[in-house]
Design a protein around this ligand. Structure first.
Ligand code: SF4
Ligand code: F3S
Length: 371
């Protein structure tokens, strides 16, 4: 197997050392790591090793594979893929038929690979609605997971069932973490997932030898630790009560809040406002449509244009509610009460956010300190 590292690949592809370091620094940023960790990332990517990958496409639309292929900065993202050895990906590999299956079997036998899964898995009487090479999706997943070091479920279908599992779930579909219980499983939901987050997760794995910290839905906190609503550029309009109420109305032209058009930003955790899609070109809300909640379980059944439940993640009221005055007060006192209320609500929001966000002291142990 060809031994190559990211820096050598960068040279071959005409990427300067400066751009390579910028990439390492950007990855530290996406992973919410202290800037000093850039050096560890650089060292990890410079090491001459390749991590074998098996990528299974099961019950899906291939949108996540398309997202991977449409990343238009192969000079950086491809760098990471070049430190991976993608031994099996039926959509993009040159081999087909028995040759392709043999490549996969050899990788499984050798062990120590990362298994990436795209698509949901039909089960029970419907198991054979999805077959590849005469084997059901269920058989393929169990075989490939057996010797994997970790499993990454990309896209909503693999992470939470996606559209195949939407009501009435005609193929009795399920998702990866429901089936694989004896391996670390990381979910990167989205419809499609964002390749930046797969790149960052792989960089984390190569740098620290472990998957990043995750929430209770197996999603890495660096990418799913904050609500869309809390980082949305239209949030000021939400707070001011300025809403779009019809497509193309004056509020829409002015970039007002899309909540009344069904935006699910208040109930959706994803880093879209920070990293955007298509190499930072755009993302749904910036393009003028509400978030449909594609990184959350069961989003298809929420109804794209139904109102989001604003109470779903309301911070618990652990503080005494501010008593409103019953008598006339002077403007100075009103200002103090307003400030107290603002601080109390703000503190609850910050506490909720901090509980979900990685703090510096939570950053993974640097590789050299592990030895
Ligand atoms: Fe942004 Fe949607 Fe929240 Fe409005 S409801 S501020 S558009 S995330
Ligand atoms: Fe999906 Fe909403 Fe982001 S629809 S892509 S989570 S803005």
């Amino acid at each position: 197997m060809l031994e190559i590292n990211a820096q050598e690949t960068a040279k071959v592809k005409g990427v300067s050392r400066r751009d390579f370091l910028k990439f390492c620094s950007m990855m530290a940023g996406v992973l919410a790591l202290p800037h000093s960790y850039t050096n560890y990332i650089e060292q990890a990517l410079a090491a001459p090793k390749r991590l074998p990958v098996i990528w299974l496409e099961l019950q899906d639309c291939a949108g996540c594979t398309e997202a991977l292929l449409r990343a238009t900065q192969p000079t950086v993202s491809q760098l990471v893929l070049d430190v991976l050895s993608v031994d099996y990906h039926e959509t993009i590999m040159a081999a087909s038929g028995n040759l392709a299956e043999e490549a996969k079997e050899a990788t499984i036998k050798a062990g120590g690979y990362l298994l990436v899964v795209e698509g949901s898995i039909p089960q029970g009487d419907s198991e054979f609605y999805c077959t590849v090479g005469g084997k059901s999706a269920m058989q393929l997943l169990n075989e490939a997971a057996a010797n994997a070091v970790a499993v990454v479920a990309v896209g909503n279908c693999a992470a939470f069932g996606g559209w195949p599992m939407a009501s009435p779930n005609p193929t009795n579909a399920t998702y990866v973490s429901e089936l694989i219980k004896d391996k670390p499983v990381m979910n990167l939901p989205g419809c499609p997932y964002n390749p930046v987050n797969l790149t960052a997760a792989v960089v984390h794995f190569l740098t620290f030898g472990e998957l990043p910290a995750m929430d209770d839905l197996h999603r890495p906190l660096f990418a799913y630790g904050a609500r869309i609503h809390d980082n949305c550029p239209r949030r000021g309009h939400f707070d001011a009560g300025e809403f779009v109420v019809d497509w193309g109305d004056e509020g829409h032209k002015r970039g007002w809040c899309l909540y009344k058009m069904g935006c699910k930003g208040p109930v959706t955790f994803h880093n879209c406002p920070a990293v955007e899609y298509n190499d930072g070109t755009n993302w749904p809300i910036k393009a003028g449509h509400g978030c449909v909640g594609c990184s959350e379980p069961g989003f298809w059944d929420l109804g794209i244009y139904n109102l989001a439940d604003l109470q779903q993640y309301a911070p618990p009221t652990t503080f005494a509610p501010v008593q409103l005055p019953t008598q006339k007060i002077d403007p100075g006192t009103a200002g103090v009460i307003g400030a107290v209320a603002g601080v109390a609500v703000g503190a609850a929001g910050v506490a909720a956010y901090q509980a979900l966000s990685k703090k510096d002291e939570d950053a993974p142990t640097p590789p050299e300190e592990k030895k």
